[in-house]
Design a protein around this ligand. Sequence first.
Ligand code: ADP
Ligand code: ZN
Length: 550
Amino acid sequence: MARVSKHQAGAGSNLIFLYGPPASGKSTLGELLADNLALPFVDLDQRIEVETNLTIPEIFAKEGEEGFRRLEKTLLKETLNLGWGVVALGGGALLDPESRSLVEQAGAVICLAPSPEELLERAGTTSTERPLIADSSQENASSEKLIDLLNRRESHYASFAHPVDSISKSPEEVVWEIQIQLGAFHLRGMANSGFRAPAAGGDSARPHPLGYDVRVSNGALGEVGIWLEQLELKGPIALVTDENVAPFYLSRTLEFIQEAGFTVQPVVIPPGEAAKSIDTVSYLWGQFLEMGLERRGTAIALGGGVVGDLAGFAAATYKRGVRWVNLPTTLLAMVDASLGGKTGADLPQGKNLVGAFHAPQLVLTDPETLDTLPQEELRSGIAEVIKAGIIGDATLFERCTQGWQEIESNLGELIRRAMAVKVEVIEADPYEGGVRESLNLGHTIGHAVEVVSNYELRHGEAVAIGTVAEARLSEKIGVAENGLADQIEIVCSQIGLPVEIPEELSADEIIKAIQMDKKLAAGRVRFSLPVKIGEVQTGIEVEDLNLIRL
Ligand code: ADP
Ligand code: ZN
């Protein structure tokens, strides 16, 4: 049974604190992080200077360290009331146990841990502004003081849960690592239909950004009410789920939403791909109408890819579009379907033939909901995680080589990393014209295999087969380095994913199915093929499809 813990208002990741020794890069990284997440940025030292109209060294000279700390603590407490934000803390702000515990309750703390050498290099130019390390009387005093300070506080800094290593990385890379650790992303590529929330007044206002937030954390389901409030979403709310998910998560999700003061009605649909029809969409429209869902109201999807696609499409079309929130509960939906704003339904003639781009306001992912997902569904989802690793994250691929047990115990990180790869690709190409094609890796052959198997194979199983087959093809035409296909095959088969086109499926039919897809895609089969782990080449036309025969 999944554990979904309840959180106090303000918990979660909407306040992110950057901490670490002087000159560790808190302000630079904080500003970048805030920008990436479309959050306001607060530099606590700067705030103190503005508030007192004095520079920090002046405050130290006048009031001593004790006086400075008192001021710092008062202003720190004020920032805790901000609903949103990235806060850069002074290098000693959390030495005080009370401050530390307040901050840790209010949000996530990221502690930067650069090496002493890096620190000295960075501190060199600005040490006079850093009173605890500055000393004009001796040439080398400031570096000695910095080392001394670092030594004294070593165990303090090491005691924080999210240490981030910044050695030989660009600020952008460090910030991306931080985002992966936090499970916090913001997708801004797609202009949202729906409403722009009015900006709340006062200090805590978050300029309402275009795009949407993506968060991954254990227990996130318990925070859905807080998020609805913070995003200023409106009721009534239609909570759409399916018959398999409902017994596990429906009642508690309803409670979380009601506790935040919203009117909410459940809408339960049958499970599985068979339900992904216009009939079900029509049923959703009817239910929305019956409960009085207004143009300003909100739909929420709680379930796998099928629920997300359908509820999202119903939201895209109902009253010309209402806002919606996605709470994915399958691995496949978390790492793939929930990102990118695609919604839709199947027609009797084929899958996903009707749809719309309609981004949600929020994707809130709770890996604990995977505790109840059948093993086969979980395994199938791992195929998309492996795909993400091949496309853009060699570390992620490497994690997948460590066997099933390791994978299961490390799911949170795998999800965050796989999402990060997809987020990066989508941000570069929100409406699918260029690099986003790389996400098709394994899917040209995979999709054909899925069709020819009459959907007997799960999507992820077909993708595993497709990924291995496309890696072989890539080697044959000289795009991939030798041995890549074997490497991928071993990883997939180790965890029980199929890696060969089943004997009962004829190669002719698979080639025909690929050509069918080609007709739909304006006459060209363009493969996205792996070059090596972490790199994919898109738009490769393969003249002779017979090459996919083994
Ligand atoms: P996918 O997300 O793989 O595209 P579905 O939405 O059809 O596909 O979900 C796969 C199956 O898993 C469905 O039968 C669905 O009801 C069920 N399911 C989804 N999430 C969970 C969960 N967290 N626990 C148990 N069963 C779930
Ligand atoms: Zn897929």
